[in-house]
Design a protein around this ligand. Structure first.
Ligand SMILES: NC(=O)NCCC[C@H](N)C(=O)O
Length: 406
């Protein structure tokens, strides 16, 4: 089906975008973990098995699974003239600035990765110096550079397809990311939404070339008229102002944006690490954010601008007003503070809802999973020992492209 339709977080999921972890995880090293936003180096083989189990759960529930690497390769297959443009842009965005190395890397990729799928996967995996057979006789750089040096860094966070671009109703936000390492990931979104036949007519509400950063983990579709966006470590108020104006000026039916101001911290990096919708009237929430949370309501001022007011009611009251029925907040960890902190850290709140009352979760968060089941939620558990080392859960690892309407 062409286009995208994601008017909520809970209606039956029909099509979802994933990225299967690849050799980019083999290019993680201890001294690059912090810069690349990982807490340890996953065992690739097992991470892939866990990811395949995730895809199987989705397919068994009737969801069409498409992969980012395939969509990008299809674009280059359909438009061969884009291969050179994409490669040169990717090399530049990898920080390669000298003509010499730009040519060495361009020729290396073109000569060694003839199919577009192989090429796309290699741009995701990164390149290290020892792969490049440079002529060491005439360059100081080659003579002194550490052979294991990564000349084009890997993009290990790509399997978190939630973040680089995010569906908003029938449109998309192609994001400007908080960190340079993840901002590189948005190149694939630029190409698939500009050229892929299934996606090229999707209205864009934000551009990767904008100044202010916003990430998809902070964007939650409440319904076709209400959008929630987190103010977080990754998403700044200026970006929300900008996307709100763009949305209100567009054909989008969204009338209200609720900005959730959550603590600025790595553990709570996105709104969806502490808050997700799991049924018509149920949300999971990390108790640790309830105290400091403030909610701002943003609407159009009718003159191309916005008007903002702080909501002082309780979160339940605010959500009940916008969801249209009494809302229950289910605490991650079930009221046990230590379990809440442990399980939020391992994405116990980061559920992926595939239809009202049915969610995919990490099996490791057994306290929260039991609480969800007691609340009548159908909990589909996936293995997570290696994937969770990247600090993201089932919602982080998925970007819905189509959900049924009400
Ligand atoms: N939506 C999400 O919460 N995504 C998780 C992203 C984890 C990744 N290592 C990051 O720090 O961006």
């Amino acid at each position: 089906m062409a286009g995208v339709n994601v008017p909520s977080e809970i209606m039956p999921l029909k099509k979802v975008l994933l990225h299967r972890p690849g050799d980019e995880l083999l290019n993680l090293t201890p001294n690059t973990l912090e810069e690349l936003l990982f807490d340890d180096i996953p065992f690739l083989k097992v991470a892939q098995e866990e990811h395949d189990a995730f895809a199987k759960i989705l397919r068994d529930e009737g969801v069409e699974v498409v992969y980012l690497e395939d969509l990008m390769a299809e674009v280059l297959d359909l438009y061969p003239e884009l291969r050179e443009k994409f490669l040169k842009q990717w090399i530049f965005e990898a920080g390669i600035r000298t003509d010499r190395y730009q040519k060495i890397i361009y020729d290396y990729l073109n000569d060694n990765y003839p199919t577009n799928k192989e090429l796309v996967l290699k741009t995701m995996a990164g390149i290290n110096l020892q792969e490049l057979h440079t002529d060491k006789s005439n360059s100081l750089v080659d003579l002194v550079s550490d052979a294991s040096k990564l000349v084009c860094a890997p993009m290990p966070n790509l399997y978190f397809t939630r973040d680089p671009f995010a569906m908003i109703g029938n449109g998309v936000s192609i994001n400007r990311m908080y960190s340079e390492t993840r901002n590189r990931e948005t190149i694939y979104g630029e190409y698939i939404f500009k050229y892929h036949p299934d996606l090229q007519d999707v209205p864009e509400y934000y551009s990767r070339y904008n100044t202010f950063h916003i990430e998809g983990g902070d964007i939650l579709n409440i319904n076709d008229k209400v959008l929630a966006i987190g103010i977080s470590q990754r998403t700044e108020p200026d970006a929300i102002d900008q996307i709100a104006k763009n949305i209100f000026e567009s054909d989008s039916p969204i009338e209200t944006i609720l900005a959730f101001n959550i603590p600025n911290s790595r553990a709570f990096m996105h709104l969806d690490t502490v808050f997700t919708q799991i049924d018509y009237d149920k949300f999971t929430i990390h108790p640790g954010i309830m105290g400091p949370l403030t909610v701002f309501e943003i609407k159009s001022d009718g003159k191309g601008g916005i008007k903002v007011r702080e909501r002082n009611e309780t979160l339940e009251e605010i959500l009940t007003e916008y969801v249209g029925r009494p809302v229950t907040l289910i605490p991650c960890g079930g009221g046990d503070r230590i379990a809440a902190e442990r399980e939020q850290w391992n994405d116990g709140s980061n559920t992926l809802c595939i239809r009202p009352g049915t969610v995919v979760v990490y099996e490791r968060n057994d306290v929260t999973n039991a609480v969800l089941e007691e609340a009548g939620i159908n909990v589909l558990q996936m293995p997570s020992a290696e994937l969770s080392r990247g600090r993201g859960g089932p919602r982080c690892m998925s970007m819905p492209l189509w959900r049924d309407a009400e």
